[in-house]
Design a protein around this ligand. Sequence first.
Ligand code: 1HE
Length: 267
Amino acid sequence: LDASHFDDYTNLDIALRDNGVVIVTLDRADKRNALDVATIDELVRFFSSAHRNGVRAVVLAGSGDHFCAGLDLIEHWKADRSPDEFMHVCLRWHEAFNKMEYGGVPVIAALKGAVVGGGLELASAAHVRVADASTYFALPEGQRGIFTGGGATIRVSDLIGKARMIDMVLTGRVYQGQEAVDLGLAQYLVDGSSLDKAIALADKAAANLPLTNFAICSAISHINNMSAMDGAYAESVVAGIVNTQPAARARLEAFADKTGARVRPES
Ligand code: 1HE
């Protein structure tokens, strides 16, 4: 990783680890990491170039006590935007979140405190979500007199189903703890630090071959948008490329000569 690719960020704090894992922290704790135009621009820039810049996995975190309070409501209120202007704000969010979900680099979200509105839209574009005891999820758009615009209708309903998403926006229902995990809002709930757990998961992901991770963190999402017929076809094409990569041969050989790790339940 060339650190010079990552110095020019203001609203994101970017920390490089020596295994190619990069910790990206939303860095506006005084605004509860609300997503303003400048932050979304930096997310687009970071995730557009992460694969090219050799990033092996990303941990996405928030500074302060909250992961992210969603759309910067003050910026939105002051700008008094036209429909056309706000449509373009949303399109920029989609650009950022699509780069995350389809970019081929694993993104692990380390959640805490509020993961609400656009903050939940951001988290749901990550591949893995880790919650801690303080984490709570909500879609306060209904109460604020607005609507989701950063992909919740797609990604949040994918995670929990449309009836639960509708209830969340309609009634302001808040989910947390084990229930949130059972519903699929997060895959992990930890007693301690979600950041530590997210880093441990990112370290594991970063030990995979990059082409394999590219397939996992791009093809699965694309194929889910296809018909089963076309998805199966696309899967075979991806597997043709990934499963014959020269770099995989050493790992296959290690299995064959019994030096490769066996799959066991966690003790
Ligand atoms: C903000 C924002 C924000 C905080 N935009 N400035 N999202 C929401 O409806 C959630 C709104 N925020 C909250 O409910 C609370 O702020 C929190 C639960 C996240 C945190 O509470 P707390 O008591 O720690 O902080 P606070 O005192 O409410 O806020 C601290 C500061 O952060 C304050 O600024 P200050 O200059 O007065 O100190 C707040 O104004 C600021 N702040 N949240 C702007 N969201 C593409 S469409 C997506 C649609 C949505 O995302 S709707 C959901 C919006």
